[in-house]
Design a protein around this ligand. Structure first.
Ligand code: SF4
Ligand code: SF4
Length: 368
């Protein structure tokens, strides 16, 4: 494992994300498969990963509880815990923080984040008083480093970044969003303020782990033994402002691949980056919906539609043809695309600004 200094400590470049832990039977919303998840944590600890990221709401609160149990057998100073406060889940920040300490079975959180800044919630966070309270907790030694995670526009990100001297920030950062979204501008904002970046979604919620056949052929020709995920991670490693690269690992094979990618310090070379961007261009032609399966849209859906699962079917349909619509029947979801009432609550919470109701309408028509 490779490491990078951060203030007075040293962090592994690879961080373990705990939003997509393996679940029983592989069904959406099922309880965490604790045996398999523990194997992943043990593999990570054994191979030197020392940064473990969770949040109050991951796996409906079970992620923090699982992590507290899974790491209990290791000395507390052998790993760093990161977790987050989400105002919309529970605005009582004092109670949430105490509950998180209990869930994680610890007396301090190493990296604490204001969770998921969007354009439409930034001011509410700033007005809530939570940041002042968490700064107090930092002075009391119950938080070591304070930061925030953002899905906001560059303008809102700059506003948040200028609030005070943050220790770090967390950004969705991958080669696809860099090339086709606003990520490069967001990176620059944090770089100019010298705020270290923890990277989330380096493989875009797994979407960049499997590209189109044309894009994969370009990359395999250059490095037959590299996985698609490893190309994505190597590219992020290039960026000097990046501190930890989180990967939400849900299977032992993924963590083995990731650990080997982080055995060497070099990021992607300039020549390989050019090849990757060629592949990205080929892939973009076939990607219809850039959903990362973050599920921020799901809780507010009155029709209880498993939105990311249907969007995944939609992408398969666009890439592979009409036969992929057969997967619709197998989607585990209380609501179906035809149940969509076009309320727009999903799009409002979507970091990728996906027009979900329009796609639900199209899927409803196609499945008739
Ligand atoms: S627009 Fe449709 S999919 Fe989106 S939240 Fe409303 S009902 Fe659910
Ligand atoms: S539609 Fe948007 S909010 Fe919903 S899972 Fe996909 S990326 Fe996340």
């Amino acid at each position: 494992m490779i490491y990078k200094p951060f203030q007075d400590i040293s962090l592994s470049r690879l961080g373990m994300g705990n939003m997509r832990l393996p679940v029983e039977g592989g069904r959406d919303g099922a309880p965490i498969d604790r045996t398999r998840a523990q194997e992943i944590i043990d593999y990570a600890m054994f191979h030197g990963v020392n940064y473990y990221d969770s949040a109050y709401v991951y796996h409906n609160g079970e992620s923090e509880k699982f992590l507290g149990e899974a790491l209990k057998k290791y000395p507390r100073d052998s790993y760093y815990l990161a977790t987050k406060f989400l105002l919309s889940a529970n605005p009582d920040y004092k109670a949430v923080f105490e509950e998180q300490l209990q869930r994680l079975q610890t007396d301090h959180i190493d990296f604490y984040l204001i969770h998921a800044i969007f354009d439409n919630n930034c001011q509410a966070y700033l007005d809530s008083g939570c940041i002042g309270y968490f700064l107090e907790q930092k002075r009391a030694g119950r938080i070591r480093y304070l930061g925030f995670s953002s899905h906001a526009s560059p303008r809102t990100l700059a506003k948040m970044a200028d609030h005070h001297q943050w220790d770090f920030a967390q950004l969705q950062l991958n080669y696809f969003d860099w090339q086709y979204g606003t990520t490069a501008a967001e990176y620059k904002i944090l770089e100019e303020r010298n705020i270290p970046i923890m990277v989330m979604e380096p493989v875009r919620g797994g979407r960049l782990a499997q590209l189109s056949s044309e894009a994969e052929a370009i990359l395999r020709k250059a490095h037959p033994d590299w996985s698609m995920a490893s190309w994505a991670l190597r590219w992020v490693k290039r960026l000097p402002q990046v501190q930890v690269i989180l990967s939400g690992m849900s299977a032992p094979g993924q963590i083995k691949d990731n650990v080997s990618t982080f055995a060497e310090p070099e990021g992607l070379s300039d020549a390989d980056t050019k090849i990757l961007m060629r592949a990205a261009e080929a892939f973009k032609k076939q990607v219809s919906v850039p959903c990362t399966a973050c599920r921020y849209c799901c809780d507010g859906c009155p029709a209880q539609i498993n939105i990311p699962a249907f969007l995944s079917v939609y992408n398969s349909y666009k890439t592979d043809g009409a036969w992929a619509l057969n997967q619709m029947g197998g989607v585990d979801s209380a609501g179906r695309p035809a149940d969509c009432v076009n309320c727009g609550a999903c799009t409002e919470h979507c970091p990728q600004s996906i027009n979900v109701p329009e796609i639900m309408g199209e899927l409803a028509g196609l499945s008739q």
